[in-house]
Design a protein around this ligand. Sequence first.
Ligand code: G6P
Length: 621
Amino acid sequence: MCGIVAYVGRKLAQPILIEGLKRLEYRGYDSAGVAVIDEKQQLHIRRAVGRISVLEDTVRQNKLPKASVGMAHTRWATHGAPTETNAHPHTDDSGCIALVHNGIIENYVALRKLLEEKGHKFTSQTDTEALAMLIGDLYADLKEKNHMQGQSLLQHAVQAALRQVEGTYGIAVICRDEPDTLIVARKGSPLIIGIGKDEYIVASDASAIVEHTAQVVYLNDNEMAVLHPGQFRTCTIDDIDVTPTISLLENKLEEYELGGFPHYMLKEIFEQPNAIRNCQRGRAEPREGRVVLGGISGIARELVKAKRYILTGQGTAWHAGLVGDYLFEDLAKVPTECTYASEFRYRNPIVEEGTVLIAISQSGETADTLAALREAKEKGATVLGVVNVVGSTIARETDAGVYLHAGPEIGVASTKAFTCQLSVLTMLAIFLGRRKFMSQSQTEEMLQGLCRIPDQMQMVLDQSDAIRDIAEQFCKRENWLFLGRGYHYPVALEGALKLKEISYIHAEGMPAAEMKHGPIALINEGMPVVFIATRGMQYDKVVSNIEEVRARGGRVIVVATEGDSNIRRYSDHVIYVPDTLEPLQPMLTVLPLQLIAYHAAVLRGCNVDKPRNLAKSVTVE
Ligand code: G6P
């Protein structure tokens, strides 16, 4: 969703800001803008609707002066249409201060009314402008009273304004009267301060910082930083000093580059064997028959004794949770449910003693997932994180957790994070199972299977061209079904979601048995139906479902186990995956579905990495 980059230092701000915005593009946005303060203490703003390239054209035509303080923003419209007037940065009506904002100011209507009554004139429909105006109004008051000699009036104005704000924010503020000051603050929307030599690059996402420095400070909620070239201070919005903790960014610049692939999504699909190796390295130990998860060692006994597990997340992460539900009940024999975080948070859930909630999230910033974990914590649950982004809010707010180590995921449609989530949930289930009912030999067998997955994934990925041919035959069809049973029911959901997200084809995923209860009415001549029919407990039942589809003219694409020649009799196309234990199969069977979605979208001319209306990280409700 919205992205922020801000700079204060001694270099030219403009290229750093624009490059930073490009790094944030993947998060999803519909307009963009940049503001700088020049050497003559003038504030300059450029805004544009559409891609960063449009903003670049605007800046080329209407040049920005040299400046070494500034900020930039990508906006994902919430309050007001994606227009130039609604794009950030916003200013107060005197043009003294400028602000970029991620999040939602919930009481903006009341604030706006109050400020309008004082004579202020608004130009946009955004909630953000109310905050810009409020800071400007308070700043003007402080300036008039002029009783704060030597102190940053801007800092006091920002603090006073934030105390009146309800809602969430990550903000950056600059002021033409204090041309070497950048102020940033956070509540609910992430901000990271990159520390360079005599300079600071602040961003809502590490991808915009990594090429400048690896040293960062993660701001916590209700904290702010006042930054000047070469010095900074962190404090709360009530002005209490906070000692900053300097962390090191794990990921390298190359991990954010395309590296020869046409799209990030394809790159990330092909990165999965290595991502899984990194995820399992040092954790899955087949020779010793044990799982070592450093991030949960402190509470291992509590986890083993837990009476109930709740797995939660949104989107693809929720699908991983559904697989986790099967894994936990199957391997660890512990009552488990998987629930949408957005539903859990509002349904006044029952959280009894001995409940563990696992929040699953690639970004670690999804607003609903974060709220669900806070709700569970409030009610006394132990909360674990299964998160990719190191240092993200969910990672920091959980009692313990397991990082995915998948590397940065830039493609909006999640791929490698999903399979790494499955890997972590499998390791957690084995970890618990071994301490309860699983024998040493069963554990070893499972871990050996897990360690073979990366090579087996490669065998599936090697079929990408053949899968493209299948996608080509059906990519013009506007309705698809994805069906699976047991462990493959969530995989069917994920296959349908991938296709919807990036190719805009209408697709439904469901348990194969559910088809007869309604969706079978949709099947007509030529409709593509994708089945996951690998060898396992419900194989014969899936084959019956395939026959039902064929009898109604549907075209059947089956993901099957290598060596199963029998299945060819029932299907139009077969994509084979290597044989593995049933609980591990989703890590392989999802790959052909990711590739079908990718190729179908490309063949339909869709922008795979920047699908319409979608955001990589949904930080508002
Ligand atoms: C958005 C993304 C999905 C993702 C979901 C949850 O909808 O487009 O790909 O699965 O958010 O995100 P998270 O970062 O919590 O895994």
